[in-house]
Design a protein around this ligand. Structure first.
Ligand SMILES: Cc1ncc(COP(=O)(O)O)c(C=O)c1O
Length: 381
């Protein structure tokens, strides 16, 4: 079945006991046992919860993986994946990775003994020279946040497999509706499901999908031992949100592309970043490995003053941290998503103080244009 149909009919969308049209919220911590020695299939809520399993199942199905695991946040999902490694291991990470990933690697995992090397992967031939006999994995984001740089998934995977490395991707920006990295050989796909997967800015969640049985056993052990599971209520909300993923992504990315083209001609705007713009580096690769440009764009103003006044004047988009909601969300990466990256590193990566990021929602494009134009004009005065 095509992905739009699988979103609705993943195989676990109806309650198996009652036929209820939505999966009930199994708000439960433990299960009564018939025998004290031979425990039943369900024994404890951290290990098994049917509402959580329903959402794990649907995301695994959409990504084309063996199994899915739902966590209490995107960061819990990312951190749980890093627990696959051992002290003294090294991983190679996309340079302008999400700030929280950078922070957890450079604080907690660094102290623990896992070493991360951040490199520019837009040219995959740059990766090989950083691989040592301690390297265990390559961790990728594409398009990257917030500059939407494109990384060749097939190319990365080929290099990784040559050296027996695990390939991991944070697929938050694209969702499985637009990009399915397992099709390109990736081993592990992670989502901050707080974003487009949930889609309504009403929950914090993370999901991991693994390609094979071996990784599935490892992730299940980590999820159950470390215990950063997604609760039943949030599992329900995420499952419900995913049902409209296709239609939301289609509408939001259509508006995003229109706005990206339109913003290029606005005075005061120096540069627009969006994967489908003709001048965007890697556009062709992006089109080969995905089904659309996504609903996030970034743009740079000619000065900090303009960027600041624009953000103060905008009315429709919510000004704040996060992305992927039904409402447009305007973020300032230097003080929000990428604040954890030291200023000099951040600026050298192009995440300057004049850069803003817009996650485009479901509003009417004419209203968005009017609001953005008004805010730009006011800033220019
Ligand atoms: C690309 C990306 N990955 C991971 C995360 C972390 O997810 P969460 O906030 O759900 O912990 C975020 C959050 O902004 C993100 O943008």
């Amino acid at each position: 079945m095509k992905i739009k149909t699988r979103i609705i009919h993943s195989g676990k969308d109806i309650d198996e006991f009652t036929g209820a049209s939505s999966i009930p919220i199994y708000q439960v911590s433990t299960y009564a046992q018939k025998d004290p020695i031979n425990l039943g299939k369900y024994d404890y809520g951290r290990s098994d919860n049917l509402t959580r399993h329903a959402v794990e199942h649907i995301v695994a199905n959409l990504e084309g993986g063996k199994a899915g695991f739902a966590f209490s946040s995107g960061m819990a999902a990312i951190s749980s994946v890093f627990l696959i490694f051992k002290p003294d291991d090294e991983i190679i990470v996309t340079q302008d990775v999400y700030g929280g990933t950078y922070r957890v690697l450079n604080t907690i995992f660094k102290n623990w003994g896992l070493k991360a090397k951040y490199i520019d992967m837009t040219d995959v031939s740059n990766i090989e020279k950083h691989i040592t006999d301690k390297t265990r994995s390559i961790f990728v984001e594409t398009p990257t946040n917030p500059l939407l740089k494109i990384i060749d998934l097939k190319g990365v995977n080929e290099i990784a497999k040559k050296y027996g490395l695990l390939t991991i991707i944070d697929n938050t920006f694209m969702t499985p509706y637009l990009q399915r990295p397992i099709e390109f050989g990736f081993d592990i796909v992670i989502h901050s499901a707080t974003k487009f997967m949930g889609g309504h800015s009403d929950l914090i969640a993370g999901v991991v999908v693994v390609k094979d049985e071996n990784l599935s056993i490892k992730m299940k052990r980590i999820q159950n031992s470390f215990g950063a599971i997604l609760g039943p209520m949030d599992s329900f909300l995420l499952h419900r949100g995913i049902k409209t993923l296709a239609i939301r992504m289609e509408a939001q990315q259509k508006t995003a592309f229109e706005l990206a083209k339109w913003l290029k001609n606005k005075s005061g705007v120096k540069k627009v970043y969006y994967p489908l713009l003709d001048e965007h580096p890697g556009k062709e690769i992006h089109l080969e490995q995905s089904d659309g440009g996504g609903a996030v764009l970034s743009f740079e103003f000619e000065s900090f003053d303009l960027a600041y006044k624009f953000m103060k004047n905008v009315k429709l988009p919510l000004l704040g941290v996060s992305l992927g909601g039904v409402e447009s969300i305007l973020s300032y990466p230097s003080s929000m998503s990428h604040a954890a990256i030291p200023q000099d590193v951040r600026i050298s990566l192009g995440i300057t103080d004049t850069l803003v990021r817009l996650s485009v929602g479901l509003e009417d494009i004419e209203d968005l244009k009017e609001d953005l134009e008004g805010a730009i004009n006011k800033a220019l005065k």
